[in-house]
Design a protein around this ligand. Structure first.
Ligand code: EPZ
Length: 420
């Protein structure tokens, strides 16, 4: 089993390069199913989740080539066959469910294992299936599988009860070739939705309004191959911003889109972190000043992202005063609290609200990564804690951060991966 070991207390210095967004690349890879011509995705980091969805496409007879050197991903789905996707892989990563929309659009049929839940919540797919039904598909769920089929799909107006990222993406992809117009109302507005639409439009799709609450898709007959570079990972960038804050350091972060990071930057400014020199997709983050307690409510974009909640809790655990975090997006995303309590944090949970009383110093100990972002939060806590922190279950972290310990080491952190 592998662990990440972090030695605190360490100040950071220098600069870090942010990778492309995991939550863009996954739907973009799924969307290659819509185009039987070679597609090149540049700067695609070697993340566990990227490997899983690429393995899934290979199982469906697609040619997938991940070149190590330039992080270039070449995908050709020309010879793709429709068949039941590998249940084990499906369960390994929920985002694999994003192949259902494009498979339905291309083959008029798809049968997948139900994605199941994960540590942070039950992760239902009712909004995905509602969209498919309104587009004219027949949906059947039994024995742990969901099957969709449609001879002819029709453009439709689909209102999402919740601005679900995955449902918005799946419905956009399912409607690409439908004659007429499909409208998604109360759509997710995350930058990764905009990125997926940019990618599809570059291949000849007609999508308007992506990144806003109402998206209009006008059907086209086919898509052409292209070369595409996804946006930077705003959650990875936010994680390193908090690293500067929690270690009272000043660092430069390369790979920033300030607009995508607005909710995170504004909240960190309120907490006492300073930002300067935003140019050429880089920014200086100065976390050396006094920090103030802040209140956070996670919301769909452009609200404060749920994927930054655990990392902020690590920071606020060592900020003098009382901070309050309310998690409104997922029903069980406080698993990292128990791990922070082991490090000496003073946190009380009341339903979806956590009340954090900041303490002087956390102390290092053995902790678990309970989900992808909680794992990153444990690294942040370890950087600022007295002594050594050993993080297990780090497979969670590898799903969404590429070479995270390498990136922190380059900033001067004492962090390494061990096999035990
Ligand atoms: C995406 O998950 C991200 N994953 C998540 O990032 C992120 O936390 C989430 O969006 C919210 O921003 C990827 O993009 C691969 P949702 P997704 O559908 O699409 C409810 C990370 O750490 N819901 O917007 O699964 C659901 O229960 C991961 O990188 C329904 O009720 O998120 C949840 O409460 C974690 N019915 C809320 O919506 C549905 O049919 C948000 O889910 C679908 C969702």
């Amino acid at each position: 089993m592998e662990k990440i070991v972090v030695k605190g207390v360490k100040q950071l210095k220098g600069e870090v390069d942010i990778s492309s967004a995991k939550n863009s690349i996954l739907p973009i890879i799924a969307a290659t199913i819509l185009c039987p011509e070679p597609i090149i995705i540049e700067n695609a980091p070697r993340l566990e989740d990227v490997e899983v969805i690429c393995r899934l496409l290979s199982e469906l007879n697609c040619d997938v080539d991940i070149s190590d050197i330039s992080n270039k991903l070449i995908i050709d789905t020309k010879n793709m066959v429709e068949m039941d996707a590998n249940e084990e892989l499906m369960r390994k990563m929920r985002a694999s469910f994003l192949i259902m929309g494009p498979m339905l659009a291309r083959f008029g049929y798809c049968k997948l294992s139900l994605p199941g839940g994960c540590n942070i919540g039950s992760r239902p797919i009712d909004l995905h299936l509602k969209g498919f039904k309104l587009l004219g598909a027949e949906v059947k769920t039994d024995h742990g599988f969901v099957e969709v089929k449609a001879k002819k799909m029709v453009g439709s107006r689909i209102y999402l009860d919740f601005p679900s990222v995955g449902a918005t993406e799946n419905i956009i992809m399912a409607s690409i070739f439908i004659d007429g117009v499909t409208i998604i109302e109360n759509a997710a507005e995350e930058p990764e939705i905009w990125d997926l639409a940019q990618f599809l439009n570059k291949m000849g799709a007609k999508i308007e309004g992506a990144g806003f609450g109402k998206i209009t898709i006008t059907g086209v007959r086919s898509l052409k191959g292209t070369v595409y570079t996804p946006i930077y990972d705003r959650i990875e960038a936010g994680t390193f911003m908090i690293a500067a804050a929690i270690t009272n350091s000043k660092i430069k972060i390369n790979g920033i889109n300030e607009e995508h990071l607005r909710p995170i930057i504004e909240k960190l400014k309120e907490c006492g972190v300073n930002f300067s020199d935003y140019k050429n997709n880089s920014i200086i983050v100065d976390g050396t000043g006094t920090k103030n307690p802040v209140d956070i409510k996670t919301l769909p974009y452009p609200g404060f992202p749920t994927d930054m909640q655990a990392q902020m809790m690590s920071l606020l655990s060592v900020v003098k005063g009382v901070s309050v975090i309310t998690e409104t997006v997922f029903e069980n995303r406080f698993m990292h609290v128990a791990e922070l309590l082991r490090m000496g944090a003073n946190i009380k949970i009341d339903g979806r609200t956590a009340i954090i009383e900041g303490i002087e110093k956390l102390t290092g100990c053995e902790v678990k990564a309970t989900d992808l972002r909680a794992g990153a939060a444990m690294i942040l806590s370890g950087l600022s804690a007295e002594g050594q922190t050993e993080i297990s279950d780090i497979y969670h972290i590898d799903r969404g951060y590429v070479n995270i310990e390498e990136k922190f080491r380059r900033l001067g952190a004492e962090i390494y991966r061990v096999t035990v």
